[in-house]
Design a protein. Structure first.
Length: 115
């Protein structure tokens, strides 16, 4: 079992930056991939990025260039840097982790981009 807790959300002005964290606990050495999704009000959950244990990454094209994912595999932590924030980035951001065939989710952290 893996437990995930996100932090770092909040209110940010357009054009600003934010760093989100995801702390894993439990069987962290069983984790294969960690990544991020987000869900805006009234919309479906949207994939953003993931990073595998070997350091390979994948980003969704719509935010590529504005976000950077990183991980500390030994500590079981993951980060998401978001730059040049826009009002349409307002969403609940969720981290996830995969372990064999299991998916684990955090509770989400709210990011609001507004002046």
């Amino acid at each position: 079992q893996v437990q995930l807790v996100e932090s770092g959300g909040g209110l940010v002005q357009p054009g600003g930056s934010l760093s989100l964290s995801c702390a894993a606990s439990g069987s962290i050495f069983s984790i294969d991939v960690m990544g991020w999704y987000r869900q805006a009000p009234g919309k479906q959950r949207e994939f953003l990025a993931f990073m595998s244990n070997d350091g390979s990454t994948n980003y969704v094209n719509s935010v590529k260039g504005r976000i950077t994912i990183s991980r500390d595999t030994a500590e079981g932590t993951m980060y998401l840097e978001i730059n040049s924030l826009k009002p349409e980035d307002t969403a609940v951001y969720y981290c996830y982790a995969t372990s064999s065939r299991d998916y684990y989710w955090g509770q989400g952290t709210q990011v609001t981009v507004s002046s």
